[in-house]
Every structure is written in C-alpha cells, then in structure tokens.
Design a binder for this molecule. Structure first.
Ligand SMILES: [Cu+2]
Length: 491
C-alpha cells in the first residue's frame, strides 16, 4: 500500500511559491526578490522571500543580466511581483527594460523613470504608458546603489503622489576570486622507484641469528608520472622501502633513524612483529633522532611494514611501506628469479606539475594514482628479464590504504600462491586478492617468450598507473602458444 503523501506540501503553499519564484529568479539571473504580503498590499513594507546567494550568481565570467521592470503606481515590479533589489556581479552588463503601467485617469503619473548613480556615472531611462525603453550599463564597481523614479517621472521623487515609493537597490556583488588554479612547476626529482630486483637473496641455512637492521626515513621529491613531482615519504629514499629478509627464530635489532632534513616524525610497524604496535610505539622518531627495538620473528611468511605516525594512512600512501620476508626454518624452495613488487596509492591535488597531498581524496578513498614500486612506469622502465623455462617468485605487497589488489599477470598462471602471504599454498591461480596492508608470494614457470604484464585486475587502475612488465627471452614454444598461419586466419 502506497504511503500517504505528507500534507505539509499543501499547507506550505507559500513556501512552494517562494521556491518557484526562486527558480524563476535564478532563471532570469541575478535578482533577489522582495514581495509584499497580500495583507500588506497597501503598505509598501517589503518582505524578503528569496535571497540569491552570491556564489550561485557570480560565475567566473561576466554575464549580461536582464531585468524587465514595470513601473506602476507604487513602485517597480517584475512578472507581477514588486521588486526592491536587483543583484548583479561586478563586471556584468546590466540591461533594464523599463515599461510603464498604462492605467486610466492617472496621466500625471503615467510617465515613469529609473535613475541610478553608480560611481561617477548617472544612468537614467524613462517610459511612458505602453512604452518599453532599455537602459544598459556596466556594473563597474561593487556596492549598493539606490535607484529611484527620477525627475523624469514628472513630479518630485519625494512627492506624496506615490513616486516616493518607487525606489530600489542595485547590489553589485564582488566576483569571487576566479583565477584558474595554476599548477606549481615540477621540482627537481630523484627516481624513488625501487628496482624489482633490488632485494636480498635467499638466506644461508644456519641456526637462529641476531641481525642488525638500520632504516632511515627520508622525505624526498620524486616524479609520480611524466611532468609531475611529489614529496614522497620513504624508508631509505625509495618506494617500497628495502626488503628485509630474516628467518623464523631470528632476532632483529632494528634501528630507525629519521633524516635530519625531515619535517615530520616517522616510525615503523612491521606486521611480522609479535608485540603491541608492531614496533610503532617504540620507534616514533623526530627529525634527526634514532630509536631501536628488538623482535624475534616467530611466524614464516611475507609481511608488510609501514610507518605508523599520525596521520598513518597519509604516511603510508606517501610511500612509507615495504615488505619483510620471514623464511621458514628450512628456507624457501630455490627459484631462478625473485621480484619485489608493491602496489601503492597516491592521493594528490591536481594532475600536473608539483602535486600536493590531498586529504580530501584520501578520505574519499579515491587515489589519484595506483602504482607499482612508487610511481607510474616503474616496472616498465625497470622491467626484469628472464628466460623461458625459468622459475619466478614474486613477493607482492599492497601498501595502499583503500584498494584491495586483484593481482594478475596477463598471459601467466600462478603455479603456486602463498595465500595472503601465509603458509597455505594454493595452486593454479589466475588472480589473487591482496588486501590493503597484506602481501602474497606467487610462483610460476615461464613457458613462452614475450612480454608479460603485471596488473591489478581492477583494470580501471591501469589508467592510474598500475601496470608493469617483465620479459621472457627464448625460443617460441608453438606446442603451447602460436598464432594460426596467415592464410588460414580469415583476417
Ligand atoms: Cu612516517
């Protein structure tokens, strides 16, 4: 059963009319309206019913504002409604078409006019019964300017014969600052993109060790994409930060040093740490300071580490993330190649030149860029090469704060996936989910030569930068993959 319509709409008919009038006024452009209540029709006390906000009136470009005013015995009206205030914007061309009510037995009142002093200029127009004359002028300065029925009405403006009520105000509103946002020029930049081959190799088999790790947080200007720069916040100057590699049972003495040139405190929370805060509470370091803490790696897997200084998502997306691999006691099976790849999100204001961080975009979870290894094209410029028949392992982490990555290699099937970077191994996987703050390990043998493309299969992110390559060299493998002979292809 349909719900009954609320009766307020009918009860509030005047409000509805006001809205309709407002819409009409907006359609005309630039008029704030005052009308008289019916009960006050003989008393010219205006009651405002519509206020047109300047923001909705003053666009970036000057406009022509047209008003069709009719002078009648008690004042000016427009579309039958008394008018006391006209609003325009500085620089607008104002066109007032004045007509005079043609009524019987009032010939001495039949000539009406409108005069307006605007700065140095006095503008006037008059109209007799049945005439329409147009006054056009430039709203050359801001302020409130009275207009009245002037001497051309035929009698004095302050006479008691009625013309004294013929007055109003033209308000010339300032135009909001409208200069287009000019992008700041790009700054000198360093390449913050980490090479996917830049990582420690497999660990030698041995008993538990104590490892010393030093990481330095640095704020550096890098290039996100052609022609754009951004102040990245990093571990050791690149994105992602250095891969750390330990083995289950190892103790890590980690020292975090914040570069003296930094403007912000930084810290590190490693998901491989067992203990409150993952290290973050113990490592909040001001610029120029260092702090240390120790942890024992208890669980095998691949883990994200990231800065955890407020505002944490801002520190993360600005580039402060990396992976720590905790190998099982027996180590990981040997492969021919290992790649280190992390997806990240960048939230920036603007699209060119030097870009500032955008809190609005971050809160809206609308990254401007989704990238692999810090910037667009990082894994294109630094695409690894392998040979057909070799095995590849990719440590893939998600340093983003909004998007879940649907990690996929076009033209390849993952023989094994360490699901969510843990100990559960899945086989024969096309696309694997990597949550924000999560990681995975994928392994495959390359069977066919050519170029392979790493993507987040949420493919709209391709246009935001989430693409990378690796190349496989070697002989064609027609048993596995080949095109049809040209004369049989039908094309
Ligand atoms: Cu930080």
């Amino acid at each position: 059963m349909a719900e009954q319509q609320p009766v307020d709409e009918q009860a509030d008919g005047k409000g509805g009319m006001a809205l309709a009038l407002g819409a009409a006024v907006l359609g005309i452009g630039g008029l704030a309206y005052y009308i008289w209540n019916d009960s006050r029709a003989q008393l010219p006390e205006p009651t405002p019913i519509v206020a047109v906000a300047p923001e909705s009136v003053c666009g970036p470009e000057p406009a022509t504002r047209e008003f069709a005013l009719e002078a009648f015995q008690w004042g000016y009206r427009m579309d039958g409604q008394p008018v006391e205030r006209l609003e325009v914007c500085e620089g607008d061309t104002v066109r007032i078409a004045l007509s005079a009510e043609d009524y019987a037995n009032a010939t001495q009142h039949a000539l009406h006019g409108l005069g307006l002093q605007l700065g140095e200029q006095y503008y006037k127009v008059e109209a007799g019964p049945g005439e329409v004359n147009t006054l056009e002028f430039l709203a050359s300065e801001t302020g409130e300017f009275a207009f009245t029925c002037n001497a051309y009405c035929g009698i004095s403006a302050d006479s008691s014969h009625g013309h004294h009520t013929m007055r109003g105000v033209l308000e010339v509103l300032p135009r909001a600052a409208t200069e287009p946002e000019v992008a700041a020029p790009a700054l000198p930049a360093t390449d913050i993109a980490r090479d996917p081959l830049d990582m420690p190799g497999p660990l030698a088999s041995s008993g538990p060790q104590t490892l010393e790790v030093l990481l330095t947080t640095k704020e550096v200007v890098g290039s996100i994409a052609e022609g754009t720069t951004f102040e990245y916040w990093t571990f050791d100057g690149q994105v992602p930060g250095p891969m750390l590699r330990v083995r289950v049972g190892d103790t890590v003495n980690l020292t975090l040093s914040n570069d003296a040139a930094s403007k912000n405190p930084h810290s590190i929370d490693l998901h491989a740490v067992t203990g409150p805060g993952g290290g973050a509470v113990l490592t909040q370091v001001a610029p120029g300071e260092s702090k240390s803490f120790s942890f024992q790696a208890l669980n095998p897997g691949v883990y994200v580490y990231h800065c955890a200084s407020p505002v944490i998502p801002m520190h993360m997306t600005n580039g402060m993330y990396g992976l720590i691999v905790v190998e099982p006691k027996e180590g990981l099976p040997q492969v021919d190649h290992e790649f280190y790849v992390m997806q990240g999100e960048l939230y920036t204001a603007g699209t060119e030149g030097h870009q500032e961080f955008s809190t609005d975009r971050m809160l809206a979870e609308q990254p401007s860029y989704v990238v692999f290894n810090g910037r667009t094209g990082a894994l294109v410029d630094k695409a690894p090469r392998v040979s057909v028949g070799e095995t590849v392992r990719i440590y893939f982490g998600n340093g983003g704060i909004s998007d879940i990555s649907s990690f996929h290699v076009i033209g390849e099937i993952f023989d094994r996936v360490y699901h969510e970077g843990g100990s559960l191994v899945n086989e024969n996987v096309q696309t694997t989910l990597v949550p924000a703050g999560g990681a995975t390990i994928v392994e495959f043998t390359v069977d066919v030569p050519g170029r392979y493309i790493l993507v987040d299969h949420a493919l709209a992110r391709l246009g935001k930068g989430a693409a990378g390559f690796f190349y496989a060299d070697g002989e064609e493998q027609p048993d596995i993959y080949q095109g049809g002979p040209a004369d049989e292809s039908g094309h």
